[in-house]
Write a protein that binds this ligand. Structure first.
Ligand SMILES: NC(=O)C1=CN([C@@H]2O[C@H](COP(=O)(O)OP(=O)(O)OC[C@H]3O[C@@H](n4cnc5c(N)ncnc54)[C@H](O)[C@@H]3O)[C@@H](O)[C@H]2O)C=CC1
Ligand SMILES: O=C(O)[C@H]1O[C@H](OP(=O)(O)OP(=O)(O)OC[C@H]2O[C@@H](n3ccc(=O)[nH]c3=O)[C@H](O)[C@@H]2O)[C@H](O)[C@@H](O)[C@@H]1O
Length: 430
C-alpha cells in the first residue's frame, strides 16, 4: 500500500519508519527542509531507540521524504501527524492541522483515485468532522464522503519507547464512518495486526477522538490519585510504594502508573488534560475531577520545596537539581517538573546548580542564569541540599557522591536514590 505521512515529528517519523518496516511504500511530508533531507539520508531528527536503524534500512527504498504535498496523489492513504498545541486558555489550537488538511485537499483536487485521509494527531471530539473535513473539502473543491474519505486513528506511543510501542500496541483504534474506510484502515494495519495481535477497536470518528483523551486523562488521573494517596501516606509515616505494590495486585487497579512522586509532565498529558477540560467547559460541563487532577500535579513540586525547607535555609544556599527532562530516556523538558522546582528555588533566593545527562542544553535556553554541572557529582559538590527530579538510572548509583555535599540533604521526588545513614533523606511520598 502507498502511504503518505504528513508531519515528521515524534509520531510522524515513527509511524513512517514503522509502516515502511511493515512492508508499505511510505512518503513522509514535512515543511522543514532539514528534517526532510535528514530523513532521506536515513537519519531521524528526534532521538528514539531503534528509529535510526529502521530509517537507514528503508530510506531511499520503501521510505522517501519530501516537502511537496503533491506526492500524496500517488498514495492510497494519508496520515496527518501534525502538532495540536494548547492555546493560552488550555483549549486545543487546531490551526496547524487545519492548514495541513487544506493542503492535503488541494493536492487531491481534480484527481480520480479513491483516497483515505486519516487523522493521527490528538484532536478533541468533533474536530475532524467540524474543522478538518471542511478544510479538506475547501482545498479539494469537492465534498468528502465519495472519492475522498476521512478516518481517525489515535496514537498511544510514548516518547523513549516510540518504536516498540507502535509495533507492539495493546490496541489499535480504527475510527471511520463507513465500511470502505474501516476496511482501508484495516489493510494499513493488517501486517501489524498479524504480527503483534493487538485488540482491534472499530469506532466512529468521534469515539476514536475521545478514546485518546480518555486514555491520557485516565493515566494522568491515576498518577495524581496515587500522588494524593502518597501525600497522605507521608503524613502518616507510611511508604506509599508499599501501598501501591499491594493495591496494584488488584487486577481492577493494575500495577502500572502507580509510581508516586513529583508528578507528570511532558508534551501530552498536560496539553491533553487541559484540552479536554476546556472542551468540556465549552460544552457546558464542569470537569471538577480533572481540575483536581491538575491541581494535585501542580502542588507536588511545591511539596518538595517545603520538604527541603524543613532541613535547609534555602535563601543563599547552594541547591543541586538532579534531572531536568520530564522523564528518563529523553532530552525533552516540556512541562518537566524541574521547571517549577527551579522557579521556586530562584524565587527563594537559592543558588541553583543543575545537572541532567542529556537535557542540559534545552534547560539552559529556559534558565540561562542557572549554573549547569557536567556530572551529578559535580552538581552535588559543596551543595547544601539536592532535589532529585527525574528517575535517571545513574542517580540510583550516586552513593559516595552525596558525601561531597556541604550538608547532605536529599529530597527525592522519584524514589530513585538509595537512602543511607550518611545522608538526610526525605522521599516525597514515603
Ligand atoms: N509526542 C508523542 O509522544 C505523541 C504525540 N501525539 C500527538 O501527535 C501529534 C503530533 O505530535 P508530535 O509528533 O509530538 O509533534 P512534533 O512537534 O514532534 O512534530 C510535528 C512535525 O510537523 C511538522 N509540520 C508543522 N506544520 C506542518 C505542515 N503544515 N505541513 C507539514 N509538516 C508540518 C513540523 O515541522 C514537525 O516536524 C499531536 O497531536 C500530539 O498530541 C500522540 C501520541 C504520542
Ligand atoms: O499522548 C501522548 O503523547 C503520550 O503520553 C504519554 O506518554 P509520555 O508523555 O511519552 O510519557 P509517560 O511515560 O506516560 O510519562 C508521562 C509522565 O508521567 C510521569 N509518571 C509516569 C508513570 C508513573 O507511574 N508516575 C509518573 O509520575 C512521568 O515521569 C512523566 O513525567 C502516554 O503514556 C502515551 O500513551 C501517550 O501516547
Amino acid at each position: 500500500m502507498n502511504i503518505a505521512v504528513v508531519g515528521s515529528g515524534y509520531v510522524g517519523t515513527t509511524i513512517a519508519a514503522c509502516f515502511a518496516d511493515l512492508g508499505h511504500d511510505v512518503t513522509a511530508i514535512d515543511i522543514d527542509e532539514d528534517i526532510v533531507e535528514r530523513l532521506n539520508r536515513g537519519e531521524a531528527s528526534i532521538h528514539e531507540p531503534g528509529l535510526d536503524e529502521l530509517l537507514s534500512e528503508h530510506a531511499g527504498g520503501r521510505l522517501t521524504a519530501t516537502t511537496d504535498y503533491d506526492a500524496i496523489t500517488d498514495c492510497d492513504v494519508t496520515f496527518l501527524a501534525l502538532p495540536t498545541p494548547s492555546r493560552e486558555d488550555g483549549s486545543i489550537d487546531a490551526s496547524i492541522i487545519e492548514g495541513g488538511a487544506r493542503s492535503v485537499g488541494e493536492a487531491l483536487s481534480g484527481g480520480s483515485e479513491e483516497h483515505l485521509v486519516v487523522v493521527k494527531s490528538t484532536v478533541v471530539p468533533g474536530t475532524t468532522e467540524e474543522a478538518l473535513i471542511p478544510a479538506i473539502e475547501d482545498g479539494a473543491g469537492e465534498a468528502v464522503g465519495e472519492r475522498i474519505r476521512v478516518g481517525m486513528n489515535p496514537e498511544f506511543l510514548r516518547e523513549g519507547s516510540a518504536v516498540t510501542d507502535f509495533l507492539e500496541p495493546d490496541k489499535v483504534v480504527l475510527g471511520a464512518s463507513d465500511d470502505w474506510s474501516h476496511e482501508r484502515l484495516e489493510s494499513v494495519f493488517e501486517p501489524l495486526i498479524e504480527r503483534a495481535e493487538p485488540a482491534v477497536v472499530e469506532a466512529t470518528v468521534r469515539e476514536a477522538e475521545m478514546i485518546k483523551y480518555a486514555n491520557n486523562a485516565f493515566l494522568a488521573s491515576k498518577i495524581s490519585l496515587i500522588n494524593e494517596i502518597g501525600n497522605v501516606c507521608k503524613e502518616f509515616g507510611i511508604d506509599a510504594y508499599r501501598i501501591a505494590d499491594a493495591i496494584g495486585l488488584d487486577d481492577r487497579i493494575g500495577e502500572q502508573f502507580l509510581r508516586s512522586g513529583v508528578g507528570w509532565g511532558g508534551s501530552c498529558f498536560p496539553k491533553d488534560v487541559d484540552a479536554l477540560r476546556a472542551a468540556a467547559r465549552e460544552a457546558g460541563y464542569e470537569p471538577e475531577l480533572l481540575d483536581s487532577v491538575v491541581a494535585v500535579n501542580d502542588r507536588q513540586p511545591e511539596r518538595m520545596l517545603a520538604l527541603l525547607e524543613k532541613h535547609v535555609d534555602v535563601e543563599g544556599a547552594r541547591i543541586a537539581v538532579l534531572g531536568l527532562s520530564f522523564k528518563p530516556g529523553t532530552d525533552d523538558i516540556r512541562n518537566s517538573r524541574s521547571i517549577p522546582a527551579i522557579e521556586g528555588l530562584v524565587e527563594r533566593g537559592a543558588d541553583v546548580v543543575a545537572y541532567d545527562p542529556v537535557a542540559t542544553e534545552n534547560m539552559r535556553e529556559l534558565f540561562p542564569d542557572v549554573e549547569y554541572a557536567d556530572s551529578a557529582s559535580e552538581a552535588l559538590s559543596g551543595a547544601d541540599g539536592t532535589l532529585v527530579m527525574t528517575d535517571w538510572d545513574e542517580f540510583a548509583a550516586l552513593g559516595d557522591a552525596f558525601e561531597g555535599m556541604a550538608s547532605p540533604v536529599v529530597i527525592d521526588g522519584r524514589r530513585i536514590v538509595e537512602p543511607s545513614e550518611s545522608i538526610t533523606y526525605e522521599g516525597l511520598t514515603w
